[in-house]
Ligand binder design. Structure first.
Ligand code: ZN
Length: 337
């Protein structure tokens, strides 16, 4: 399979995609796969009421497509025409206070919708849905635990071997490659690329299954750190997500993109795009037993368990408040050095 160059027109600035916004919602309502999208709030554009009436809604023209972390602060450069990365003008001089403010407002209000958010082009709507559902069939077939480790090649093989899953078609494979190889700086995610190839995989011999969790940790540093935290803080601490393959991260990201009505900026403020997740190199998520979905909210930082962990001195989180990755505050996500 050839690595594909980033294709022109894969993304759409919100100005153009807005017409498709309601199409996304329509798809959402039809699919049991999808969670309901939170209420739209626009902090940068006209009033939130404008979102109700697309005819009268005017977007601002500034895009944050080519922001790069430089000197500690991402630099938004206005880019008005889609194109290849090499064509994107990049001027450090373009940084101003308002742009920094805009960046911080976005990650602090990660689930809001901003006028400058970047959407997947509306032409990819049905492919996004079809491919995500196809991957859901794979996960259902092999189980959540195994899916955490599944490689891209294994997924394709399973598609060919099992009629319950079905073969992955060329349009789906092209779509998955485009998502993987597209530069997420275009939609406001600034984390590093961890895996260069979509076929990169996690060797089974390098992971340890963590009992009663359905998750795996890389042997060595990750497993030792988790064991030490549990020893120092107590059995209330649980592993909520461990090492994740590119396939697993891809499926999470695509589902997030569907929930966000194709808004890739919003999706990536709370989930790293495939190939960019530190879960691929040993980071893991922890929570408190019985705390449920609140383990994945800022509320986790109010728990006694989190406060104890913060005092241990040897634990770091990957995404602190106002980080430079373009990602929300994630007190549950433990960083491996
Ligand atoms: Zn995480």
């Amino acid at each position: 399979m050839n690595k594909r160059a980033f294709l022109e027109g894969f993304f759409t600035a919100s100005t153009v995609a807005f017409g498709g916004h309601f199409m996304w919602q329509r798809i959402n309502q039809q699919s049991p796969l999808l969670a309901k999208s939170p209420v739209a709030i626009d902090y940068t554009g006209p009033t939130a009421a404008g979102m109700e009436n697309s005819q009268s809604f005017q977007f601002t023209s500034i895009q944050l497509e080519s922001v790069q972390p430089v000197q500690g602060i991402p630099i938004p450069a206005p880019v008005l025409t889609p194109g290849r990365d090499s064509d994107i003008p990049f001027e450090v001089a373009e940084l101003d206070d308002a742009q920094v403010e805009n960046y911080l407002r976005k990650i602090r209000n990660f689930d809001a919708i901003f006028a400058s958010d970047i959407y997947l082009d509306a032409r990819y709507e049905s492919l996004l849905l079809k491919t995500t559902q196809h991957m859901s069939r794979v996960e259902k077939y092999i189980g959540h635990g195994n899916f955490n480790l599944m490689s891209f090649d294994e997924m394709l093989q399973h598609g060919r071997d099992f009629s319950e899953i079905g073969k992955f078609e060329a349009d789906e494979l092209n779509f998955l490659e485009e998502v993987f190889f597209a530069n997420p700086h275009r939609y406001g995610f600034f984390g590093k690329k961890i895996s260069a190839e979509i076929t990169d995989f996690i060797p089974r011999t390098e992971v340890a299954k963590i009992s009663n969790t359905g998750h795996f940790l890389l042997k060595g540093q990750s497993e030792n750190l988790y064991t030490q935290i549990k020893k120092d803080v107590g059995d209330e601490v649980i592993l909520t997500s461990g090492v994740r393959s590119i396939v697993k991260q891809m499926h999470l990201f695509l589902a997030k993109a569907i929930q966000a009505n194709g808004n890739l900026s919003r999706a990536s403020r709370s989930l790293a795009p495939p190939g960019h997740s530190y879960h691929g190199i040993g980071d893991f998520d922890i929570g408190k037993t019985g705390y449920g979905v609140k383990n994945f909210t800022a509320d986790f930082s109010d728990t006694a368990e989190y406060k104890k962990i913060a005092r241990l001195g040897y634990v770091d989180i990957r995404y602190p408040t106002d980080n430079l990755f373009g990602v929300r505050f994630e007190p549950w996500h433990i960083k491996i050095a």
